[in-house]
Design a protein around this ligand. Sequence first.
Ligand SMILES: Cc1cc2nc3c(=O)[nH]c(=O)nc-3n(C[C@H](O)[C@H](O)[C@H](O)COP(=O)(O)OP(=O)(O)OC[C@H]3O[C@@H](n4cnc5c(N)ncnc54)[C@H](O)[C@@H]3O)c2cc1C
Length: 407
Amino acid sequence: MIRRDYLIVGAGVGGASVCEGIRQYDKKGSVMMVGNEGVLAYSRPMALKQCLGRGSPKLEEAAYLPEAWFENERIDVRLATQVTQLDIERRIAVLSTGQAVEFRKACLAMGSRARRLPVAGASLGNIFYLRTARDVLALREVAEQEVAIVVVGGGCIAAESAALLSEFPKARVTLLHRGKHLWGRRLDEQTAAWLTDYFTARGVKMLMGETLNGFEGGMVLKNVQTKSGLRVPAGGVVTALGVDLNLGLVAGTPLGYPHGTPVNDFLETDEKGIFAVGDVAAYPDRHFGVPRRLDYFDGIVAQGQLAGANLTAKKRQRFEWLPHRKLSFFDLKFDFLGDFSKPPNRVEIEGDRAGKEFVVRYYQLDILMGILFCNQPAEVVQSAREELVNRPRELKKQAAWTLAQTR
Ligand SMILES: Cc1cc2nc3c(=O)[nH]c(=O)nc-3n(C[C@H](O)[C@H](O)[C@H](O)COP(=O)(O)OP(=O)(O)OC[C@H]3O[C@@H](n4cnc5c(N)ncnc54)[C@H](O)[C@@H]3O)c2cc1C
């Protein structure tokens, strides 16, 4: 039997940063990290930009940590290997190689996969569900040749992909979204409308208010069909319709909730010694009183490093994180600070949308919930954090109460 002190399931940025956190406090404990992709952790946002950007992609620049780091730190990395079974009570995992591994503590970092809708033609050729660098490289090859590309979705990955694809010399890009505007669920109507128009001005055809019905073609895609009966010719499609969590390994257990593995402030599950980080982990957000999953790079690195430290038991830190997602495309750089999960009932704008430099504050019942920054320097974003972190004591109490009700 292979025995390890720590088992990390998933070798994405979540898993890799857990290894960093462990090694900060435990230099000797044996660590195994198992990942079913054939490569070490890399930044998926950077890979998307590299693979769809100008010039040949330099994927090595997207690597999160060099291979030498894992060797020097004696991390037993098993790539292209799946953890197929996990018995948490007996602390035994089975790998796709057939080996069994006995572990003392573990961290779940299995991430997520692009959602596939059960619509007609969903598995035709030239339909892309972006997750790995390989997926994006395959899309690039098609985008270099095909004229009509349709992006389906209205969130961050849809916006970023449509913007990058529109820079391909031959490509004519259409973005199809069931909402009235791009990012309409996150932003106020005027800002979402401004952003939608911005894409139009950059040559992307914006088909708003249209719901995907299915894909048509023989083996290979020909048209995208909408529920209203539109047929949009397409040589390639990107479907960016959200993600499904990779929780099959713990399905049917209290760690396998569809909305994420519940963890406490220390990122530990109800099973002592079993932690979870990244896309799969639902942690208590004390700032806003909601269970939250982080689905962006910087936050996951912070989570992984902290969970790793806590796994060693030489440190016990709470994960207190103000949500902060960064995103950039065209000549726009956005910082989303705070909570954008519910529509605001009041907004305040500073600056000028047309001038592409502005800040919007989002309120619910006069409580500041989130701040959107467009093309603002890091110092401006940093100094505004205090406004959200230092919200009145009563709000924090209320947040704690709401969280207690959701447990
Ligand atoms: C196209 C794209 C664009 C993005 N753009 C941005 C952006 O601009 N900004 C930003 O902040 N974030 C962005 N993100 C999100 C960010 O990359 C993810 O939230 C982050 O990668 C999640 O890290 P993770 O380690 O939790 O999961 P993952 O990166 O998904 O890693 C988990 C790994 O575990 C593997 N795995 C699953 N089950 C098993 C098992 N049983 N055994 C072994 N291995 C297993 C998975 O295959 C995967 O390799 C983007 C993501 C994508 C896909």
